[in-house]
Ligand binder design. Sequence first.
Ligand SMILES: Cc1ncc(C[n+]2csc(CCOP(=O)(O)OP(=O)(O)O)c2C)c(N)n1
Ligand SMILES: [Mg+2]
Length: 547
Amino acid sequence: MKTKPTAAIGDYLIQRLHAHGVRHVFGIPGDYVLGFYEQMRRSPLQIINTCDEQGAGFAADAYARVRGLGAVCVTYCVGGLKVANTTAEAYAEKSPVIVISGAPGVKEREKNPLLHHKVREFDTQKKVFEQLTVASTVLDDPQTAFQEIDRVLNAAVRHKRPAYIELPRDVVALPGHPHYQPRSLPETSDPRALQAALAEAAEMINAARQPVILADVELHRFGLQAQLLRLARRTNIPVAATLLGKSVIGEQHPFYLGVYEGAMGREEVRRYVESSDCVIMLGAFLTDISLGVFTARLDPARSIYATSEKLSIRYHSYEGVRFQDFLQGLLRAKLRRRPIGRWPHPAKLAPLPPARGGAPLTVRRLFARLNAFLRDDTVVVCDAGEALFGAADLFIHRGTEFLGPAYYASMGFAVPAGIGVQLANPRARPLVLVGDGAFQMTGMELSAALRYGLNPIVVVLNNRGYGTERPMQDGPYNDVHLWHFHRLPDVLGGGRGFLVRTEPELIAALAAAAKHTGSFCLLDVLLDPNDHSPALQRLTQRLARRI
Ligand SMILES: Cc1ncc(C[n+]2csc(CCOP(=O)(O)OP(=O)(O)O)c2C)c(N)n1
Ligand SMILES: [Mg+2]
């Protein structure tokens, strides 16, 4: 789309979103934003209506994780405040989502009348989003509106964090500044700081006996997976991933060790990483979950820590070095190519023994079967809970095929995220793993899957409650009212449902789902409320000590 500088303000926003690769905008209209919805309807952007704004927010977050930018468009406060939680998740996990909210017109705000949807002041919602975004603006001045749109979009793309744009309804159709020229400010590293950092890093890596790369989420977000692979291949240094960064490298790759999560993860990965004398952490977020509730032992004296916000090597910090430039620089640096060492590999998939007859299904067997079910085009999308922890050991075929809220951990992410993923990448078929509790929050968004012709396979881990919480402290508050999830297609008017109690039923349902590509498939998998994956058992034992 060509940018017309004399366009209406709403149209300019649409053009800029399009220029950044956005093709779908998720949301629900309201009177304060209807004008902008009409501008979108006439544009190449496709509006995706969800059942609830929270669903739109999660879908836009997943879309952004796959495509590099996402957008959610809602009405003032009643819609906007519902995406506060999803925007918080996008902020915490570094996903660039543009939150567009309609609002009362500038003229309507004079004399501070009590207009519908207003909470306290007209800027209450804006103030909330200032806390949840990297940049925010109210487009209340046509003279600066274009510039503000570019400032806010650029901040989101640069920091990989959400941003907020409020559109007063009497401004969207006004023309912006007629002579505005978009300017992109090229950002560069301080060359001397970069050179010094690379020199220290190269010396440390070359001197190391057993270096290892710990690859994390920012490599996804900045699209640096290929550089990561080149670095590993050029130096023969193996790669472990964190849970949030899982699948940053195809998990069948010979250089891949597995997921590192301190004592929560596999022992051989933990031992290899923690006995390394040079841990190269790339784009890493050192969260309690990625560090196995701080059981990880990573000594800064033996670490290179590079992110978009910080670069430190041993105890030295370097200012003004961009993450991308540091990684590119490492590829050009004189790093010695070491002989291929001996390192652990993720357990190869043992051929599964024939399923036993009518015995109830266990969590362990469920994940073993799901593992065997993964294809090259599968994107695994997990919700918080057993779904996420069990999935840590799934064997993802190619890069960037695993999404989960592995830090902020909001329930309700996975079903709407599956919709966002498939719109962002129509060649993918999402495999959505979600607990019964989380499904009851946002699972009705399968309605959008039907409406827009998407075909996710949704596996509901139905353990009749908040399984993750039971080992920490149990009570009736952890029970969830039993739904007949597999009957949802009757309510929604499409899709296929399967009730799964045993392993043979699971095998049959997965085979049928693989064939049924015309709409979503939902597998209601009944599990024992007290059956947990090994990773979850280890985690909750540690968390319980902190209650
Ligand atoms: C929105 C939200 N509310 C509450 C929690 C706290 N919480 C963490 S795990 C969990 C239970 C999840 O239940 P379910 O989705 O059924 O998955 P399960 O633990 O049974 O695998 C809860 C309530 C949360 N993470 N997010
Ligand atoms: Mg549950």
